[in-house]
Design a binder for this molecule. Structure first.
Ligand code: JCF
Length: 682
């Protein structure tokens, strides 16, 4: 065997130092600096060199350990059976090579071997011990041999049964699995932290691991964590299952969650197909996965194959592309939303993240910029997962160029030059231009004309943009001053369509108080709130004259909404616009409040997962407008669950309890029927 050159020795030393440092930051400080992709590249390079020069391997090389030392504060737990890591396959050829290795060793045809596949969840691995069906201990993986005893924290997870189900309970079961946080839960947690100025997690895996290592189990309990089982480390007496997939089904029967995407496939082509199919669905799962875990399904064959060093020969992890990459922050622009919220947007040097080119990322608000300590010109790590807008998660301050510039939050609106205000205690800065601001004008008009507001047929987004850009329409009142001739002069506008639009505007003048209040686009006043306000006050004048205390007396109106409504009607330009609208003939029968039918009165609904055609908030508003209450968790009393892609435990619970579940298509169909009054009950 050849001797390594000095160059190689130096490279090994550098790689080890970098990996050690990355490990420490990741596992001990919970403040990762290096992307997973960079970490993996370095580890693999070190493994390659060590494979070539085995004499270089030392017991403390980062290749020789699987995790980090246990944190102080939790008792050490020795795993009775070590928690293994898995070898990786980085491309399809490496899957084929794995199948060949297995087949050669077993001396059978690889294309006949059955493999059990499942998504590789990107969370925190834990081990649970059940004695006579009762959960007696739970621990983190730690370094694979010694973990941290976090039983009290794990007991707070609803997906971890405290007692196994069924009649034939094993004397002993040690089950391994992953604790994850869904995208939905992660975003809610970070959104709350952002508002409260608290700690924001860089990704759901850190959020899951960090939540499990809280010394106060009540904090863990408040975090949206989910457990999914993937392996039985000890099972006594031996249940005698022939395959891993049967064993997983048995765990399911015992009340443990296992992957819904688990499948048994045959041969390398079966594996490649599964990996491709899951890769296509990856963005829609609603939780992070970093690959596919592949296991030889036949347990007899698994035993025959055995283990090497620290990984089984009968399993491999196929890795998907990383969800984090580094790039340069070229600039920051400030966008103005419909309500005037000013959002800083990072303009990035384009970079491919998990197969998609990313050139913009959200920076959320001024507090987030301060928290990240980011400057223009910095090297930043961005993360793209699922359908979520890419985020800047950290800054490589050591790489900051000399000419990096500070990010200055504008004092004037970049669209209309009105003053930017940030209210006491509010995280968000807003343009004060209201309907005068071009950015808010378009959005305000779109909302005003939308189907659920004044329902102005034919006044779509493109047309509103054309009208605002020509300055023909500055406020909703200007809409009703448009004449057919002028409209017909717009590009791609036929005489017929402009006549139709004028007729639609005329028709929309006769509306209801609830629709009108909703159409005004007052912050945080959705349809249900608008209907409550209309019902409570009866007339627009009464509503416009209401004091904060009067407003707070309205059902479901708290201090924040009351303040928004009050401020809105205090603005002279808003009052002027309303006066103009009435002068132009907008009217409603005062006694006819315009509430929607309430077919869902008395029912409680739950929304989970993501919806494509609307936000969850919108879905919630629409259900509330029909009289339903919308809750966050499923119980026996739940009337129905709307489940979009990424739905997790709530969907499982609904199915288990026999609560009716609607997918998005079914939900839309029902909504329309209920809203039109065609159907009076569900
Ligand atoms: O989802 C996972 N992260 C995962 C990790 C799934 C598995 O089936 C695993 C694993 C680690 C080791 N199986 C083993 C044996």
């Amino acid at each position: 065997m050849s001797q390594p050159e000095q160059k190689t020795l130096d490279e090994v030393a550098t790689l080890r130092a970098e990996l050690d440092d990355a490990n420490y930051r990741y596992y001990v400080l919970d403040e990762p600096r290096m992307t997973d992709a960079d970490y993996d590249r370095r580890l693999r390079r070190l493994q390659e060199i060590e494979a070539e020069y085995p004499d270089l391997v030392t017991p403390d090389s980062p290749t020789q350990r699987v995790g980090a030392p246990p944190d102080a504060g939790f008792p050490e737990v020795q795993h009775a059976v070590p928690m293994l890591s898995l070898d990786n396959a980085l491309n399809e050829d490496e899957i084929t090579a794995f199948v060949k290795r297995v087949a050669d060793r077993l001396e059978i045809d690889g294309e006949t071997i059955a493999f059990c596949c499942e998504p590789k969840l990107d969370g925190a691995a834990v081990s649970l011990v059940y004695e006579q069906g009762v959960l007696v201990s739970g621990a983190t993986r730690g370094d694979g041999r010694t973990g941290e005893g976090i039983t009290s924290n794990l007991r707070t997870l609803r997906s971890i049964p405290l007692k196994l189900r069924g009649k034939a309970l094993p004397d002993l079961l040690e089950v391994r699995g992953e604790v994850i946080m869904s995208h939905e839960g992660f975003e809610a947690l970070n959104a709350k932290a952002r508002e409260e100025d608290g700690k924001v997690f860089a990704n759901p895996r850190n959020a899951a691991a960090g939540s499990l290592r809280q010394l106060d189990p009540r904090i863990t309990a408040s975090r949206p964590l989910e457990f999914s089982a993937y392996q039985a480390a000890r099972f006594e007496p031996d249940p005698g299952d022939a395959t891993h997939s049967e064993l997983m089904a048995r765990l399911g029967d015992l009340g443990l969650r296992t992957s819904a995407a688990l499948e048994v496939v045959t041969g390398s082509q079966g594996l490649i197909d599964y990996c491709r199919r899951l890769g296509e669905r990856r963005d829609r799962l609603g939780y992070d996965i970093d690959g596919v875990v592949i296991k030889v399904d036949d347990l007899r064959l698994q035993r025959e194959l055995g283990f090497v060093a620290r990984a089984p020969r009968w399993a491999i992890a196929f890795k998907f592309p990383a969800q984090e990459e580094t790039t340069t922050l070229n600039d920051v622009e400030f966008q103005v939303g419909r309500t005037g919220a000013i959002t800083p947007v990072a303009r990035l040097e384009p970079v491919t993240v998990a197969g998609v080119t990313v050139s913009n990322a959200s920076l959320h608000n001024a507090d987030e910029i301060a928290r990240l300590g980011v400057m223009i010109g910095d090297t930043v790590t961005i993360r793209r997962a699922g359908d979520v807008i890419p985020q800047v998660v950290r800054v490589e301050t050591s790489l900051r160029p000399a000419d990096a510039r500070e990010i200055v939050f504008p004092e004037r609106c970049p669209v209309c030059d009105s003053e930017v205000e940030r209210l006491e205690g509010e995280v968000v800065a807003r343009c004060s231009g209201g309907l005068y601001c071009g950015a808010q004008r378009k959005e305000a008009l779109k909302h005003f004309a939308s189907r659920r507001a004044l329902d102005i047929d034919g006044l779509g987004e493109k047309l509103i943009e054309a009208l605002v850009e020509r300055d023909w329409v500055k406020t909703p009142a200007d809409l009703f001053r448009l004449d057919a001739e002028r409209l017909a002069s717009l590009p791609r506008m036929a005489q017929k369509s402009s006549d139709n639009l004028v007729a639609a505007l005329d028709k929309a003048k006769q509306t209801t108080l609830a629709r009108f209040v909703f159409a005004l686009g007052i912050r945080e006043v959705g349809e249900a709130t608008a209907a409550n306000l209309a019902r409570h006050f009866g007339t627009l004048d009464a509503l416009m004259g209401a004091e904060v205390a009067d407003l707070e007396a309205v059902e479901d109106v708290g201090p924040v909404v009351a303040a928004h409504v009050h401020t809105f009607f205090r603005q002279p330009h808003n009052r002027d616009t309303i006066d103009e609208l009435r002068a132009l003939g907008l009217a409603w029968k005062e006694e006819e409040i315009g509430e929607r039918p309430q077919p869902l009165a008395g029912q409680t609904w739950v929304l989970t997962g993501t919806l494509e055609s609307m936000t969850r908030d919108e879905g919630k508003e629409r259900l509330q407008a029909l009289g339903a209450k919308v809750a966050g968790s499923v119980s026996k009393k739940t009337a129905g669950v709307v489940a979009g892609p990424g739905a997790g435990s709530k969907l499982a619970k609904a199915e288990q309890m026999g609560v009716p579940v609607l997918d998005e298509e079914g939900f839309l169909e029902r909504l329309e029927a209920w809203e039109s009054g065609r159907e009076t009950e569900q």
